[in-house]
Design a protein around this ligand. Structure first.
Ligand SMILES: *[C@@H]1O[C@H](CO)[C@@H](O)[C@H](O)[C@H]1NC(C)=O
Ligand SMILES: *[C@@H]1O[C@H](CO)[C@@H](O)[C@H](O)[C@H]1NC(C)=O
Ligand SMILES: *[C@@H]1O[C@H](CO)[C@@H](O)[C@H](O)[C@H]1NC(C)=O
Length: 363
């Protein structure tokens, strides 16, 4: 814990104690504005609803709702009680604040200088009730607001909810005008990327329903289809292909979704990709084709599923065909200590070699 933060809590504690010993007289508490504001922010931070209700009963309650943390609060500079309640996931506290008669839409829509809003936290933490409460107070000017600090830079409430797999919240945000085209500045991650990586079928369908672009790529060129393939999410791959995902988009290493399916031995996914026109002869930067990956990996079923498409006998950057690369893999493996794992892989590689020795590409 940062020292300033410790001092902040300590300060607030003292403040609370002071205000209690002084009695709960409205005049006293509202007269010591700074102290009372700090007590209020602390009550929100802690989810101390009893204290909060006392404070909200004061004549200066409206100014407390608008009170903000000072610069000593670090990146929490500018936090209101509502943002504290959201960050600490205190649903009841948040409800008390938003249902207070003086709490207008500005309270819910308020964000700090670095883009942090109550909605951002509630979406990030998967707090459906809080998200609904905040949205009911017109959050139109924060729904697409990105936070602008540190590793979270560029994260909107939608990206935060999608990344953390909060499907219901993604749905509600999209229905309330969240932009599905949004991307993180450095990685280039986008909502569909997260949904596809998680294999969250409901989230994927929701994003498709609002016409999320299906062929976006991250900064390293990874598409939603590629990431769904790499994680073996067959249903997601299917849904994306039906939504016209391009099976031939490659990443910066020229790795295609088909390469990934072959590498991991996902036979069903490989078939789906080929069915939608994946190029069986595509080579990555190392010159490897899907046949190389399936062969080296010892994925015999995947290899058999690939061959009816008549892939050409391409050579990799070391001038090896898939057969030659698999032979080298076998040699390499046979020099290593025998374990049940290596002997199983060797058995599969032998089968691969038999399959490939009998293979000749059609014209
Ligand atoms: C936040 O609160 C909600 C509602 O109580 C709960 O479902 C969710 O898991 C909480 N999130 C975290 C990160 O604790
Ligand atoms: C956040 O990302 C924006 C691009 O969207 C960039 O201009 C800015 O410098 C970044 N800020 C930080 C703190 O990384
Ligand atoms: C042989 O196996 C080792 C250990 O897995 C690996 O580092 C090396 O790259 C392999 N060599 C070839 C030529 O595949």
């Amino acid at each position: 814990m940062h020292l300033f933060f410790f001092l902040f809590i300590l300060g607030s504690l003292t403040a609370s104690v002071l205000s209690i010993t002084k009695g709960k007289g409205d005049k006293d508490e509202c007269a010591t504005k700074a102290t009372t504001e700090q007590a209020f922010l602390t009550a929100c931070f802690r989810g101390n609803n009893e204290r909060l209700q006392e404070l909200l009963a004061l004549s200066c309650a409206n100014s407390l709702l608008a009170a903000k943390e000072g610069v000593s609060a670090g990146f929490r500079f500018g936090y209101t009680g509502l943002i504290w309640a959201a960050e600490k996931n205190h649903t009841k506290t948040l409800r008390l604040l938003l249902e207070y008669r003086g709490a207008g839409s500005t309270l819910a829509s308020y964000s700090t200088n670095n883009g942090i809003s109550a909605l951002y936290h509630a979406a990030r933490l998967g707090n459906l009730d809080s998200v609904n409460l905040i949205l009911s107070k017109d959050p139109s000017n924060v729904i697409n607001m990105p936070v602008t600090y540190g590793e979270h830079n560029g994260t909107t409430p939608l990206l935060a909810a999608a990344r953390n797999g909060h499907t219901n919240i993604v749905k509600i945000l999209l229905n309330s005008g969240a932009d599905p085209h949004v991307r993180l500045p450095e990685t280039g991650y986008f909502p569909m990327y997260f949904a596809a990586k998680l294999g969250d079928q409901e989230m994927v369908k929701e994003l498709i329903r609002v016409d999320s672009p299906v062929n976006l790529q991250t900064s390293s060129g990874v598409s939603a289809l590629a990431v769904a393939t790499a994680w073996g999410h067959q249903q997601t791959v299917d849904a994306l292909l039906i939504d016209q995902a391009d099976p031939n988009l490659v990443d910066v290493f020229k790795t295609s979704p088909l390469h990934r399916a072959a590498y991991y031995g996902y036979t069903n996914i490989l078939k789906l990709l080929i069915g939608k026109g994946a190029d069986v002869n595509a080579q990555n930067l190392d010159g490897r084709t899907a046949m190389h990956f399936a062969a080296i990996g010892g994925h015999t079923a995947t290899l058999r599923a690939l061959l009816p498409s008549c892939p050409a006998l391409k050579t990799d950057k070391n001038s090896r065909t898939a057969l030659e690369a698999a032979q080298l893999e076998e040699l390499n493996l046979s020099k290593r200590k025998t374990t049940s794992e290596t002997s199983e892989k060797l058995r599969k590689l032998k089968e691969v070699l038999n399959i490939l020795k009998g293979y000749s590409p059609c014209n």
